[in-house]
Design a protein around this ligand. Structure first.
Ligand SMILES: [Zn+2]
Length: 285
């Protein structure tokens, strides 16, 4: 049997069992969607990544410095990011890189979740968001570019509840709002003269998006998605539970090649558990 591939590149991405003690999970759906404020004095720590045993800090720093040198005088506006997104979609369809699942039964739900999350942003960008279901039952993945969020049917099957979708989609929004996509596109723009035509640029972009950002950016996007999920009134423990499930899958199969620059799932679960306990005073199971 062909193993299911797991990524969370531009994305995050999950399934789960338990719920935690708060409003928003399916057991207390009567309170789901009740908007909340973030705890005052909330902090975002990246210390937990240092214990991950994956010592690529040196590489990440070198990468950061090189990127700054190469892209220091290049800007990519929100509008330009959206145009990259449009082109990425058109070129991917032309090359049959993916197939959009038109009229998927989850589309309305996904559109609703996206809208609820987007309205919770602080200092929102001008990026307009749209979510697409990709007809792909083997790759558990979600990724994003220029406000377009792509989620595979395999990912939809993997998620166990709506709360997880909130966190996943929120994570993708985070990659846009936190400038991760912008930085990627600055690199693409800097390298475009070497890449030649758009077709090659699209291949390069896809490789970046479907791989992942560095660990810190992934966790930053997790935190961002978690904040939006909380403010929209849904269960923030769901994403921790998702990563627990992924950690189990990793033990069974060799996922490491897919997760090389991702925080491994157990690390991510641990980081989010610490974060939730400290800031939200919740015990996620
Ligand atoms: Zn991501």
């Amino acid at each position: 049997m062909k193993p299911v591939q797991l990524f969370l590149g531009g994305l995050i991405l999950f399934a789960f069992i338990s719920s935690c003690n708060q409003t928003g999970n399916e057991n207390t759906s009567d309170q789901s969607g009740t908007k909340r404020k973030l705890p005052s004095g909330i902090t975002y720590s990246y210390e937990c990544l240092k214990d991950s045993g994956d010592d690529n800090n040196g590489w990440e720093k070198a990468d950061e410095i090189i990127n700054k040198l190469v892209t220091y005088n290049i800007d990519v506006s929100d509008e330009e990011q959206m145009r990259y997104g449009d082109t990425f979609l058109l070129e991917s369809l032309k090359k049959n890189d993916f197939k959009i699942y038109e009229g998927h039964k989850a589309q309305y739900k996904l559109d609703t979740i996206l809208q609820k999350l987007v309205t919770q942003r602080n200092n929102p960008s001008n990026i307009q968001y749209k979510i697409f279901v990709l007809d792909d039952d083997t790759t558990v993945n979600a990724y994003t570019i220029g406000g377009k969020i792509f989620i595979t049917t395999a990912m939809l099957k993997q998620t166990k509840n709506n709360d997880q979708l909130y966190a996943i989609i929120g994570h993708e929004i985070g990659h846009n709002e936190k400038g991760h996509i912008k930085n990627t596109l600055k690199q693409v723009k800097a390298g475009k003269k070497y890449l030649g035509d758009w077709g090659e640029a699209v291949v390069a972009i896809k490789r970046i998006l479907t791989g992942s950002f560095n660990q810190k950016k992934e966790l930053e996007a997790d935190y961002y998605g978690l904040d939006l999920t909380w403010k929209a009134g849904y269960d923030i423990c769901a994403i921790k539970q998702f990563w627990d499930q992924m950690a189990k899958a990793e033990q069974k199969q060799d996922w490491l090649s897919f997760f090389r620059t991702h925080p491994y799932s157990d690390v991510r679960s641990r980081c989010l558990t610490n974060h939730i306990t400290k800031n939200f005073e919740l015990n996620c199971k």
